[in-house]
Design a protein around this ligand. Sequence first.
Ligand SMILES: Cc1cc2nc3c(=O)[nH]c(=O)nc-3n(C[C@H](O)[C@H](O)[C@H](O)COP(=O)(O)OP(=O)(O)OC[C@H]3O[C@@H](n4cnc5c(N)ncnc54)[C@H](O)[C@@H]3O)c2cc1C
Ligand SMILES: NC(=O)c1ccc[n+]([C@@H]2O[C@H](COP(=O)([O-])OP(=O)(O)OC[C@H]3O[C@@H](n4cnc5c(N)ncnc54)[C@H](O)[C@@H]3O)[C@@H](O)[C@H]2O)c1
Length: 447
Amino acid sequence: MNYDYDLFVIGAGSGGVRAARVSAAYGARVAVAEEHKVGGTCVIRGCVPKKLLVYGAHFAEDLADARRFGWNVPKCDFHWPTLRDNVLAEVERIQGLYTETLERHSVEVIRQRATVSGPNQVTLADGRIVTAKTILIAVGATPVVPDFPGAEHGITSNEAFHLEALPKRVVIAGAGYIANEFAGIFHQFGAHVTLVNRSDVILRGYDETIRDRLLTISMMKGIEFRFHAAFEQVEKKEDGSLRIQMTNCEPVEADLLMFAVGRRPNTDGLGLDSVGVTLDDQGAIVVDADNRSSVDSIYAVGDVTNRVQLTPVAIREGQAFADTLFGNKPTRVDYENIPSAVFSHPPMAGVGLTEGQARNKVGSIKTYTADFRPMKNVLAGRNERALYKMIVDAQTDEVIGIHMIGPDAPEILQAAAIAVKAKLKKSQFDEVVALHPTMAEELVLMK
Ligand SMILES: Cc1cc2nc3c(=O)[nH]c(=O)nc-3n(C[C@H](O)[C@H](O)[C@H](O)COP(=O)(O)OP(=O)(O)OC[C@H]3O[C@@H](n4cnc5c(N)ncnc54)[C@H](O)[C@@H]3O)c2cc1C
Ligand SMILES: NC(=O)c1ccc[n+]([C@@H]2O[C@H](COP(=O)([O-])OP(=O)(O)OC[C@H]3O[C@@H](n4cnc5c(N)ncnc54)[C@H](O)[C@@H]3O)[C@@H](O)[C@H]2O)c1
């Protein structure tokens, strides 16, 4: 049968763009449909604008610390519209680059919503029907908004990048990645931040000691935490402020409520049920190791499969899909030892097993820690300690996990992750001469 395209990709985000571009480079006739902006969550309302806000926020501490280093810093004001508009302009620039790359590879970019209407058929928002030998679903995920009276007065991370003015009092629901990153951002911009979580665990999945250090430092900075609290009701008052009622604590008054309680796959109304694509109980597309769904001609990559919701993972899945299907190079993503980071203030990062996971899985382990006050913090009079932890298999001496919190932790961890992935031993770390004076030298000095 003749199809309009060899490949039709739905969603031009991290996974979809990579899959479309590489498949086209292998000679496939490819189209990609995008209902919002090319680049997807990471570029438009995720990693990129978030990291730029983190940089912007960090100046609050840098400017204060500079005085201890002899700089005569006058009283500085922060102007939110300047940062917001510069960040949004940068996002537009990157969006342009992504679109250009796709077009240069002869990928047809269709700026509309698309839904699946057959195993080889896609229906566009304007009513056009197109056919493709293979369909790749790369529609990502969307923020979860809990259901309770007044929840409509809250925003999600999608809107946080567009705020008219900076709120003075912010309540953030959740205690995961987005909650902790935005807690740091709003706090550094001068807002009073309260994090509300239904349990007393922040950043589940990260090493407990590292998480505890972030909690301690955040509280020291003045970020408040309300644990074991569930939202009951939010009222909007005449002056526009919010009265937020929760279980287990007094109501909180705030100017902004932001939900950061997870992201669910974007499969609603996508037509997948009509063709028999199997979804799990979270609405994620169930795929095999080659990203193939329960329907032979339909594949899925990225957040919509709810495996690991990170951009580099979506990109790898998109690449593996293209290599396997159109490049004659069967490739599978290796999910072992994926490094990750939280761009909180200070940031934290980790790779491999946490101490708790290692005790359960490996049994006999050794742990090494470096708990130190970075040189810069000492001179700045900033009482913030960094903490590095290394987990070693006691039998093989292999380093099976590295976890850290402190300045530049994500930058340092990316390099350390190579060693963990390469299954290097603790003795091989010890053989490396320290690079002095750095924070990273602690990695080869742990005793
Ligand atoms: C605030 C925030 C910060 C983040 N920070 C980081 C970080 O620092 N590091 C990191 O690794 N990850 C981060 N992430 C996660 C990362 O953004 C995602 O894991 C990644 O974007 C997933 O890529 P994807 O291709 O699966 O989906 P997406 O990038 O979400 O792309 C999906 C695209 O599909 C489009 N679409 C959806 N439905 C349709 C349809 N029916 N028709 C046409 N188009 C459609 C959407 O508009 C979107 O553009 C962050 C996420 C958020 C929300
Ligand atoms: N630096 C990064 O790499 C980065 C940054 C941001 C987001 N992301 C990705 O995006 C995903 C989504 O981020 P997120 O922060 O929304 O999710 P998350 O899974 O990190 O955290 C969700 C939090 O919400 C809490 N929660 C869940 N349901 C709740 C409810 N009904 N009421 C109150 N609290 C509730 C959970 O206990 C948890 O603390 C992450 O899992 C991550 O993969 C990555």
